[in-house]
Design a protein around this ligand. Structure first.
Ligand code: GLY
Length: 366
């Protein structure tokens, strides 16, 4: 088993990663239960994993109660938040109880937020069941719901007490969803770790084919990178955590144009966004054109979109820039962009002119 620690003083927590961990989850959870019934919040699609988790708890003498929500992004809503909070209160949750969030990013974000406000904050454990949530959203304490004004605009920072990651749960996911999650893996190489990018180039096919060692290595490396970044900038105030948004500003515009629908999954938007960020950087003379080409070639090789055309986006540049203006990172009329001086050398640039972004997007094939 690999264990990575997120170092945040008295809120530090371990992330345990091991193939076959879910059936033995009670080894980590029994002591947290303090002899009380544990609440598990999950969604309909995760029922098979719920059964495995509950069997593990039961064998260890830990009673549990499941709250099963509808799957999908719409579940990150005020209505579901209030439903989960009410149910947790009905179950008699106390501040020192640990609620289990079993699912992908939607469940993790919603349950984390509910736990940040129930009784002014109770504890929770993340058991992420998608690659994207395993390498990104389950770690770092960002929690949120969506509202009519946009995605993730209402939320709180609330760190989990533990994260349990079993790569075997990825076996039951559609290949497209795992591929989309992989965008957040390779992102760590692009941000500040050229050697990991090279590892990704060599090992992504095995990882996506389900190779157990490749999965554990990629997940552990990714969460270690995220743990370092979160420890250095928990609340995204000094520019370090913002590095995790590489590809997200372009990607957000593409996702918005696709109506935040299955037409373009979040990770697919991030992949195309990373390729665009590198091409824009090359156009500005910040990085070598061959670096941008290498990033795009890798994304293409594994079946992720490397630009607008591959993402199925044919909107005019002005429309895409309009979407960017609604990005929540917009501050004092400027939008910070993650740009690159090379692979593994990204930085936050607050001087990018959106007119220049539009001119760049005009040059991108539709
Ligand atoms: N997913 C970006 C962050 O956690 O900061």
């Amino acid at each position: 088993m690999k264990t990575v620690t997120v170092s945040l003083g008295d809120r530090s927590y371990p992330i345990h990663i091991e193939a076959g961990l879910l059936p033995r989850a009670a080894e980590h959870l029994a002591s947290l239960s303090r002899g009380r019934r544990m609440a598990i919040v999950t969604d309909e699609n995760v029922r098979p994993h719920l059964a495995v988790l509950q069997a593990s708890l039961e064998a260890a003498g830990v009673a549990s109660e499941a709250i099963i929500l509808p799957p999908g992004e719409k579940t990150k809503s005020w209505a579901m938040l209030s439903q989960v909070c009410d149910r947790l209160l009905e179950l008699g949750i106390e501040r020192s109880d640990h609620v289990i969030a079993l699912g992908g990013g939607v469940i993790g974000d919603l349950v984390g937020f509910a736990c940040s406000i129930v009784k002014r904050g109770c504890r929770f454990v993340q058991i992420p069941t998608t690659l994207l949530s395993q390498v990104d959203s389950s770690v770092g304490g960002k929690t949120a719901i969506n509202t009519s004004a946009g995605k993730n605009l209402i939320g709180a920072f609330h760190q989990p007490a533990m994260v349990l990651i079993d790569p075997d749960v990825l076996d039951t996911l559609p290949a497209r969803q795992v591929r989309a999650g992989y965008a957040e893996v390779v992102k760590y190489g692009l941000i500040d770790d050229f050697a990991f990018f090279e590892w990704c180039e060599a090992n992504a096919p095995a990882l996506l084919a389900g190779d157990a060692d490749a999965r554990v290595y990629a997940i552990a490396h990714s969460v270690a990178a995220k743990a370092r970044i979160v420890a250095a900038d928990e609340h995204e105030t000094n520019g370090i955590r913002a590095l995790l948004n590489l590809g997200h500003t372009f990607g957000h515009a593409l996702e918005a144009e696709a109506g935040f629908s299955d037409r373009l999954l979040h990770g697919e938007g991030v992949a195309a966004g990373c390729a665009l960020a590198f091409r824009y950087s090359a156009r500005q003379g910040l990085c070598e054109r061959q670096d941008a080409e290498r990033v795009a070639a890798h994304l293409r090789a594994i079946g992720l979109p490397d630009g607008l055309a591959a993402a199925g986006i044919d909107a005019p540049s002005a429309t895409l820039v309009e979407h960017m203006k609604h990005d929540k990172k917009m501050a004092a009329g400027t939008l910070p962009f993650l740009l690159a001086r090379g692979i593994g050398q990204t930085y936050l640039d607050k001087t990018v002119d959106l007119a220049d972004i539009a001119a760049f997007l005009d040059t991108e094939p539709r």
